[in-house]
Design a protein around this ligand. Sequence first.
Ligand code: NAD
Ligand code: AKB
Length: 323
Amino acid sequence: MKEKVIVTGALGQIGSELTMALREKYGYDQVIASDIRSMPGLPAFESGPFVSADVNDPAQFDHVLRTNKVGTIYHLAALLSHVAEQNPQRAWHINMAGLFNILELAREYKCQVFTPSSIGAFGRSTPQDKTPQDTIQRPSTMYGVTKVAGELLCDYYFKRFGVDTRGVRYPGLISYVAPPGGGTTDYAVDIYYQAIVKKRYTCFLKEGTYLDMMYMPDALRAAIELMEADPSRLKHRNAFNVTSMSIAPEDIMHSIQKYIPDFSMDYRIDPVRQDIAESWPNSMDDSAARDEWGFSPRYNLDSMTQDMLDKLKRKLTKADHEN
Ligand code: NAD
Ligand code: AKB
């Protein structure tokens, strides 16, 4: 690839791994990481070009795009569902004005843009099981409002200005490199950390709360494969349902107990996040992603659990030795 790639929100849960996957694929100097914060020590921050920039200040990105030959933007900077609900005005500003700025720059500099939507783009009136690709979207959170509006805005920039916009509706993502940024599905990451550290976990969602989830390696492949997909096959472009598993907290507990038999879990329900979780699908139909660009996840619950526990044990042991 001759043109460079820029990742916004590159130090977050997805960006810290997507930046590295892109650098390994396209070359370390070819992928510019950017974020509003700095994180010395994090490979995504240290291993290639980094630009400190706010997506609400488009002049900072204009300078980067003008002085580098950037062909692709992975736009990850956003606030997640739980933090967005604590400050909805700020969430609108970052998630919508930030996306608008990135799309305008993409129009001007003729860049391809990847923007993740979420299961949060659905609401209580959406069919909850095997949620179709094209269905009712009336979310009740500010996060969801910005996700639906973002899907529409990306469609608009493709149809009106020919910007090559693409995106997926990610489920909750489970990973071990960077912590999640304040979402409703964060429990599904924290449970693995606590299983190793304390052998017990107090879950903020109720038993039986089913949500779609995906392990990060599959999420990274989804982003990169969609961006490389033959555009003539894409009917949907901006909001493909993608999923690997529909699981409840106790399913993760049982899976962890296969490797840590004395792990236990109890519940202390957070009504705000429980309410959000209940407004999201139990499971999504991902057949459009499978049909239009051949996406297929590789991890299921048990293979994810095994890998998460292995990688996390190594990470936590290394951190212990360094302290
Ligand atoms: P995250 O919160 O971990 O990371 C977001 C990053 O954006 C942070 O590093 C933050 O510093 C940065 N940021 C915030 N405001 C900024 C600003 N004004 N300018 C520049 N950078 C800013 O989020 P994530 O989990 O990596 O999510 C990335 C995208 O994927 C978001 O659009 C999110 O909605 C979507 N998504 C994530 C999940 C998931 O489970 N992680 C699921 C569905 C969709
Ligand atoms: C959140 O819980 O906010 C995110 C998401 C599913 O969009 N993880």
